[in-house]
Every structure is written in structure tokens, then in C-alpha cells.
Design a protein around this ligand. Structure first.
Ligand SMILES: Cc1cc2nc3c(=O)[nH]c(=O)nc-3n(C[C@H](O)[C@H](O)[C@H](O)COP(=O)(O)OP(=O)(O)OC[C@H]3O[C@@H](n4cnc5c(N)ncnc54)[C@H](O)[C@@H]3O)c2cc1C
Length: 466
């Protein structure tokens, strides 16, 4: 059932667009305002000189059936692709050597990635009790206690760099990996919890991140946001920056945006923000709930969310100069290895259409919370350093035929220790300011799959308000 309430969504990234589309399909009156001239937000695909590369997310995980529903609705069946079988094999760098991450119990016992002592330590996991103060634990504390330090250093540390460009010492286990945290809370341990939760999940049709299939599109990740915009038509305006949101006397909101050199205002009953937290602070900071004297203002909470910089480096080589067998997703680098980049995706191995058959394309990630200071160095030095290290690891014997880069000065929100307080505050704020919803990737997960899943929840909350 639709209503005549006006809904304005700020930001045309995947969160804003998916919510807009779900509401539009049911006949709701929805407008999306996007400051840039293009849609997709962090999703950015470039198609130039016969190369196709994603400068933001390279893929998503199919953790919710909503992704397939969208693909069908948007007629994207021909575009949708799962990662090749090679995508299941991931490497970790240890002592300068790429070692495959074990994916089965026999390969776990054989691998050189972990010492015998570390393997034995892992077997003790079911006998380790629950923590008392689980609420405020970092991932590092949680994993060290349950699985041991070596597993933290050579499995979780690189994994966290791959997902958040973050550090396990800083991220909150409860907020950044809520499902992992819940395994201990609900079942008392990770191994027993994983076994028991598989049965539970089968009923809900949700898929865990470990078993979800990786997907993209033949023409890159931008296909999804662009297809949504095709359906929404003139309900999406680009090149319009929202500069203020105010309450009006009529108990709705005035959303003012810059359009060329004029400022225009739209009246809205419901305003959904999907802009990054530091931008939301500018737009909504003045709506603080009554917390006088506590110092717990909305803008303080929003501005405390840290977004480290990430430099994405795209390198293409002739395939025959790459000595390392190209049989995997790519590799991640533990912090202990002291390299100048976080890892690399072997982009042309996992998805079709990225280069022609004679070439190999790679996407490297530099910086994140581990090395945010790289932005103060000369950029060319940063690039050359990472490139040289990469070429050594991959046994590459010639220069790249293409180098392209994209700096994200504020890349991914870090669900750091204390995040629970931000989350509680945002819930509280929304209760006191009916009609304002703070959405986007700093609430409920940063992955494309989580953003899509949360968009469905947000669309439902909006429907409940109409
Ligand atoms: C380099 C990088 C690599 C990543 N890799 C992966 C990956 O491999 N897999 C994965 O699942 N996830 C990955 N992610 C994370 C994922 O891409 C993002 O979390 C997700 O796309 C965020 O979507 P969003 O719509 O919530 O926010 P955004 O994409 O940030 O969209 C917000 C939008 O709001 C707009 N906006 C801002 N201010 C205003 C304003 N005042 N008025 C109007 N519009 C405004 C912005 O221009 C933007 O378009 C990656 C992210 C980055 C940066």
C-alpha cells in the first residue's frame, strides 16, 4: 500500500538507490538527490582503452535473496556473473611467500601458513569460555582469546584489512563482525556456533558471508546502480548537493539543495540520509536530541566515525611476464610482513571481460587504518614502492602496460571500539526526530551485500512511518 507522503533520499549510492527502488516499486513518492554528476557512490567502474576496472568494490557477496530479486526485476540476468572457481582460492603472504588459505580440515593440517603450535591452539577453541566484558572487545582481543595470537596475525589481521581496510586492534568485534560475536554469545564458541547456526540459517534463506557466492557484472559493478536509475528515471537528480535539512512549521522537512547557481527546497515527510557520517553531521547536527550537558551531540557521534584513506592502484601486465600461477582471488598481507600495501585482487582472473586474454589485471589497495599516513608522502613514491613490492611477490619481469589510480581520502567507515554507543545514539536520535532516518554504510554493515540487505529494512521502516 503506497501513501502520498513525500520521501526524499539524500545520496545515490547503492544504499539510497536500493531503498528508493523498493519504495518506488510499491508506488511511493520518492526523490533521490545526488551531489555528484554520476550515481553509485563508492561503486565506480571505468571502461577505457579496452580495460574494465572497478575503482571501488570489485565484487559483492550474495548474502541475501534480494540481490537475485533485483537482478531479475532489472533484467540484469545476462550481465550478472559469479566469480570463477579460482575465486575460492585466496593467498596470504608469509615470509615473502604466497601460501593458500586452507579451506578444508585436511588442508588446514597440511598448510605452512600456521605453525603446529598454532594449529593445536585452534583445536582448544571449543573449551574456551565466554568473555565477561564481550561488549567492548576489539577483534584482536576476541580472536587472540579464542583462537590464539598466530591466527590473529596470519588470518584475521589480513582478512580485516581486506574487508574494512582496518585493524583488528581498533575494530569492535560486536559492531564490525556481529555474527562472529553472536556465535560466542549464543552458542558459547565459534566452532560449535558455526555448526549449529548453519541449521538455523537454512530456514531463514540468508547466506553466511563464508558460504555466499561472490558476484559482479560483465560490465562492472556500476551496472547495478545504473540499472536502478534507469527504472527510477527523473526521480533521481544528479549534480545537486543537499546543503541543509530543516524542520518546517507544517511538521515536515525542508530539504535545500544547490542546483547550478540557485538553491531550491523540496518539502518532505520523510528524509533518508545515506551520505557518509561526516556529511550527515553537517546536515543533521542541529537536530540534536535533548542531551544538554552530556556532550553527547549527534554531530560529535557522527564525526567520531573514522574513515581512513585508501589508494586503489590498478595495474595491467602482459600475462606472459607474470611468474606466479594465476589460480586464485588474489592475496592479503598480514601487518607483520611490513609491506606498503594491504593486498591485491587478481581482477582479470575472477571475472570475465576485464582485459583481453593475453593480459593480466590487478587491483592493489594501499593505506587504510594500518597506514593512513601514506597520504603525506609523495604519491608517485607511494605507487612506485607498492608496485615494486607487488612485482617481486608476483615474480613479474616487465613493466606494466597500464597504471591507473584512485585515491579515496575517506574510504570506509571503521566500526571501531565504542561503536555500540554511536549505534545506540543514532537509534535514540531517530526516535526523537520522526521522519529522519540515518542510513548508509555506517549503519548495519559496509559491504555492498549488507547495504542492499539494510536497504530492505530501511524501506520497511519508511513504510511503517507512512
Ligand atoms: C575502495 C573501496 C573498495 C571497496 N570494496 C568493496 C568490496 O570489494 N566489496 C564490498 O562488498 N564492499 C566494498 N566496499 C564498500 C562498499 O562499496 C560501500 O560500503 C558501499 O558501496 C557504500 O554505499 P552507500 O550507498 O552506503 O554509500 P556511498 O556509496 O558513499 O554513497 C553515498 C552517496 O551520497 C552522496 N552525497 C554525499 N553528500 C551529499 C550531499 N550533501 N548531497 C547529495 N548527495 C551527497 C555521495 O556523492 C555518494 O554518491 C569498498 C569501498 C571502497 C571505498
Amino acid at each position: 500500500m503506497s501513501s502520498n507522503k513525500k520521501i526524499v533520499i539524500i545520496g545515490a549510492g547503492i544504499s539510497g538507490l536500493t531503498t528508493a527502488y523498493l519504495l518506488f516499486k510499491e508506488g511511493y513518492d520518492v526523490i533521490v538527490l545526488e551531489q555528484k554528476d554520476k550515481v553509485g557512490g563508492s561503486i565506480e567502474t571505468v571502461n577505457a582503452d579496452g580495460f574494465l576496472f572497478d575503482r571501488g568494490p570489485n565484487s559483492g557477496l550474495e548474502t541475501t535473496p534480494l540481490i537475485q530479486r533485483l537482478v531479475k526485476d532489472l533484467n540484469l540476468e545476462d550481465q550478472f556473473v559469479y566469480a570463477n572457481r579460482e575465486g575460492n582460492k585466496r593467498y596470504i603472504l608469509r615470509n615473502g611467500e604466497l601460501l593458500a588459505l586452507p579451506m578444508s580440515p585436511p588442508s588446514f593440517f597440511k598448510t605452512k601458513l600456521f605453525s603446529g603450535k598454532a594449529k593445536l591452539r585452534l583445536l582448544a577453541e571449543p573449551f574456551i569460555g565466554k568473555s565477561k566484558d564481550g561488549y567492548y572487545q576489539s577483534i584482536a582481543e576476541f580472536v587472540t582469546r579464542r583462537l590464539g595470537k598466530e591466527f590473529l596475525d596470519y588470518a584475521i589481521n589480513p582478512f580485516v584489512a581486506g574487508v574494512y581496510a582496518g585493524r583488528p586492534e581498533e575494530l569492535s568485534v560486536k559492531s564490525a563482525f556481529p555474527k562472529l560475536y553472536a556465535l560466542e554469545e549464543e552458542y558459547g564458541g565459534l566452532i560449535i556456533g558455526t555448526i549449529r547456526s548453519i541449521r538455523k540459517r537454512k530456514k531463514s534463506k540468508e547466506v553466511s558471508k563464508q558460504s555466499a557466492k561472490m558476484f559482479s557484472f560483465k560490465d562492472g559493478m556500476k551496472v547495478l546502480p545504473e540499472a536502478i536509475v534507469d527504472k527510477l528515471g527523473n526521480r533521481v537528480s544528479t549534480g545537486v548537493e543537499v546543503i541543509s535539512v530543516r524542520s518546517t512549521a507544517e511538521e515536515n522537512y525542508g530539504v535545500t539543495f544547490r542546483d547550478g547557481n540557485q538553491n531550491l527546497t523540496l518539502l518532505a515527510d520523510i528524509v533518508l540520509s545515506t551520505v557518509p557520517a561526516y556529511k550527515a553531521a553537517e546536515l543533521f547536527g542541529h537536530f540534536d536530541p535533548d542531551q544538554v550537558g552530556t556532550g553527547a551531540t549527534l554531530s560529535k557521534h557522527l564525526n567520531e566515525i573514522y574513515y581512513p584513506p585508501v589508494l586503489v592502484l590498478y595495474l595491467v601486465y602482459e600475462k606472459n611476464v607474470v611468474g606466479q600461477p594465476l589460480d586464485g582471488f588474489g592475496f592479503l598481507i598480514p601487518e607483520k610482513e611490513e609491506r606498503s600495501f594491504l593486498g591485491a585482487i587478481w581482477s582479470s582472473v575472477i571475472f570475465p571481460n576485464r582485459t583481453d586474454e593475453s593480459k593480466a589485471a590487478f587491483t592493489l589497495f594501499i593505506g587504510g587504518s594500518r597506514d593512513a599516513g601514506f597520504v603525506d608522502d609523495v604519491e608517485q613514491m607511494v605507487i612506485d614502492r607498492a608496485r615494486r613490492e607487488f612485482e617481486l611477490i608476483m615474480k613479474i619481469s616487465a613493466e606494466p602496460i597500464l597504471i591507473s589510480k584512485r585515491l579515496w581520502p575517506k574510504a570506509i567507515p571503521q566500526y571501531n571500539l565504542g561503536y555500540v554507543e554511536h549505534e545506540n545514539f543514532f537509534d535514540h536520535f531517530e526516535k526523537n526526530n520522526k521522519g529522519i532516518i540515518l542510513g548508509g554504510n555506517y549503519r548495519g554493515g559496509i559491504s555492498v551485500g549488507d547495504c542492499i540487505k539494510n536497504s530492505e529494512l530501511v524501506a520497511q521502516r519508511i513504510k511503517n512511518l507512512t
